[in-house]
Design a binder for this molecule. Structure first.
Ligand code: WT7
Length: 658
């Protein structure tokens, strides 16, 4: 472990950035781009699409709005995403550049060059083709963080098979639900995954999901041997990843697809019980990952980029699999967890791999602040973090004190902290500071990227003046936006272009406010029934459905409560079919229900607290009084008017902890 004298320089964050970006050189350059996008919107996007992507056949149409809000971008153009992420780098002198520095849970490091990554993707793509998988076939990916994860995604992209990656922390039931919805023909998984020194099953969860039925189209399960742990084997369906790659040529003609061909479907939570399959395009999506790698991250040839997200989330798609490779960057991929073998793991890795751009979630920062307070040896100041030049955050609001700590203790007062606001649906950054451009304000994601027409409106779609909070909307389509919800176009139209707002504004689902002087945006949190727990998006209805599926449960209501580390914590109010459990039994039943939710959805959805009452507090018309339950969850004394509540006495029962 490397140690250094910490920088004692502690500037005011308003003095940051001290670094000069090169992609957009200063505020006048930013303003010129914003202006270009406003005055010649289509010309602006066309220019970027020509500069950033390599086309097999150039597009002649930029935007087709005839079937709005089902927009099409560059739609007569033809290209391949994997070609853009790999082949392009082989002829420009970057063939032997390191593409990935992979660090396993146990610290073993493997590196792979662009040339080798290209060969592996080609071999794997050939292997998939040999199994009859090709254009338009959907492939599930349920893999740990690994080079193989990127190889699998890129191989799918190469043969035009949209992938659907499911985070390894989701249960068999969640995997099954997604597999059925997307109509998968194959699954790519591993025997097990390693996290924090422990092995966790993956293949057996796939087996369990496939045993649930309705997945007859799945003819192939490809298994990456990660641990060698024992697994069951179905000769008719299962095959080893290394065997699939073996004996395949190192080249593979890409499937040239139209710009609008779905690159992937990624499931995310909404305000109803079922997750929605967010469908992204090939060209528009890839374009924005490449542009934002340049603009937000100011990526340079010698940078070592590290995004700590999992490939199971959009951040891992855009800023691990596609963005860094599209621009030919060197990146770190990490299999394990930030707290193992100790909470200095991130800092130690930054020091050893000389990471220059580091991108993580506020939750991780907050938990590492806590850890370094109780154990000085894992404090970032104990490590040589001098390679860092840019820091980023994503996934949830970052509180100003965590922002300051990140800027000063991790960034040594040298590195701008880029608070990037975006969503699964937006494909890439929407509102974010740019290095060398934007004066930073802790807690604000600052200004929209050029081309992104963000605004704040009231419930009728009328734009609000700065200083007045409202709904965050995007007024013009942009290339990397979702195209639809898989198999549910109406959910797309109604959910994202609600008629109440006039039907022509993209509704992000977040509240926001703009600073009266600077016009900076601050995100105030979701306006729907979506929770953000440790940067993971969870629907309250999803968790409620899981709870009520338990034979003991009659009714359940789930709300979020602010939590110091995870941002929000899940609190469930439960009415059992039997009597309200006595104090002694309540804990045991709560544990049982938590385990149940873990099985139904995945461990990330387990409620932190479960409270029991005789009935659910409702209005006389039968609506659960969520607003009051949120106060109860926070431990607030109920000062609000409860006269509309049918059964106010249960609020007091629910105030008790188990
Ligand atoms: C929701 C989207 C985007 C990748 C990870 C999450 C919240 C995201 C920020 C930020 C405040 C943020 C929003 C958004 N969010 N980034 N910088 N500041 N809130 O993607 O799972 O689709 O969640 O995360 O509430 O709507 P996601």
């Amino acid at each position: 472990m490397s140690t250094t004298n910490a920088s004692t320089y502690r500037p005011d964050p308003a003095d940051l950035p001290l670094l000069r970006g090169t992609a957009i050189d200063g505020m006048p350059a930013y303003e010129a781009l914003v202006n270009e996008a406003q005055t010649d919107r289509l010309g602006f996007w066309a220019r970027l699409a020509r500069e950033h992507l390599t086309w097999r056949r150039p597009f002649t149409r930029v935007l087709d709005e005839s079937n709005a809000p089902f927009f099409k971008w560059f739609d007569d153009g033809v290209l391949n995403a994997s070609y853009n992420c790999l082949d392009r780098h082989l002829d420009n002198g970057n063939a032997n550049k390191t593409a990935i520095i992979f660090e396993a849970d146990d610290g073993t490091v493997t590196t792979i060059t662009y040339l080798e990554l290209h060969a592996r993707v080609c071999r794997f793509a050939n292997g998939l083709r040999e199994r009859g998988i090709g254009l338009g076939d959907r492939v599930m990916i349920y893999l740990p963080m690994s080079i193989e994860g990127v190889v699998a995604m890129q191989a799918c992209a190469r043969i035009g098979a949209p992938h659907s990656v499911v985070f390894g922390g989701f249960s068999a039931k969640s995997l099954h639900e997604r597999m059925v919805d997307v109509g998968a023909v194959a699954v790519i998984t591993a025997d097990e995954q390693m996290r924090g020194g422990k092995s966790l099953p993956l293949k057996s969860i796939v087996d369990e999901a496939l045993a649930m039925g309705g997945t007859d189209d799945v003819h192939t399960v490809v298994v990456y041997r990660r641990t060698g742990g024992s697994i069951l084997w179905d000769e008719t369906r299962d095959c080893w990843l290394h065997e699939i790659e073996e004996a395949q040529p190192d080249t593979c003609e890409p499937e040239w697809v139209g710009a609008e061909h779905p690159l992937f479907v990624l499931y995310t939570s909404g305000s109803t019980g079922t997750p929605k399959g967010v469908q992204h395009s090939t060209a528009g999506y890839l374009l924005w990952t490449s542009v934002t790698m340049n603009w937000t991250f100011d990526i340079q040839p010698h940078d070592v980029f590290w995004c700590t997200a999992d490939i199971g989330w959009i951040t891992g798609h855009s800023y691990i699999c596609y963005g860094p490779t599209a621009v030919g960057a060197t990146q770190v991929i990490f299999e394990g967890v930030p707290t193992w073998p100790n909470a200095g793991r991130f800092w130690d890795m930054i020091a050893r791999h000389k990471v220059s751009i580091f991108y993580t979630a506020p939750t991780a920062i907050r938990s590492l602040i806590k850890a370094s307070e109780s154990d000085g040896s894992v404090h970032p100041r104990r490590f040589d973090l001098s390679s860092l030049r840019l820091l980023g955050t994503v996934g949830e609001p970052i509180n100003p004190s965590a922002w300051q700590w990140y800027a000063q203790e991790v960034g040594g007062g040298r590195c701008p902290v880029l608070d990037t606001f975006w969503q699964t649906e937006t494909g890439g950054h929407m509102i974010a500071p740019l290095p060398g451009v934007t004066r930073l304000v802790p807690g604000s994601c600052t200004l929209p990227l050029p081309g992104i027409d963000a605004a704040i409106v009231d419930e009728t779609g009328v734009e609000l003046p700065n200083g007045q909070g409202g709904l965050l909307v995007i007024k013009q389509p942009w290339p990397s936006m979702l195209r639809t919800i898989w198999a549910n176009p109406e959910r797309f139209r109604h959910g994202y272009y609600p008629p109440e707002l006039g039907g022509n504004l993209y509704l992000a689902g977040d509240g926001a406010i703009r600073d009266p002087e600077t016009g900076y945006f601050t995100i105030t949190g979701r306006i729907d029934d979506v929770l953000n727990v440790s940067g993971h998006r969870m629907g309250t209805m999803e968790i409620e459905s899981a709870l009520t599926a338990n034979p003991l449960v009659s009714e359940a209501a789930v709300v979020g409560r602010p939590d110091e580390t995870s941002g929000e914590a899940i609190v469930a109010f439960v009415v059992l079919k039997g009597p309200r459990p006595a104090d002694g039994d309540a804990k045991q039943i709560a544990d049982q229900l938590r385990a149940w939710v873990g099985k139904e959805i995945g461990p990330i959805a387990k409620p932190k607290e479960i409270r029991f009452g005789d009935s659910m507090p409702k209005t006389r018309s039968g609506k659960v009084v969520r607003r009051l339950l949120r106060s109860v969850a926070k431990g607030e004394a109920i000062s609000q008017d409860v006269s509309t509540v049918e059964n106010p006495a249960v609020l007091h029962q629910f105030s008790q902890h188990t």
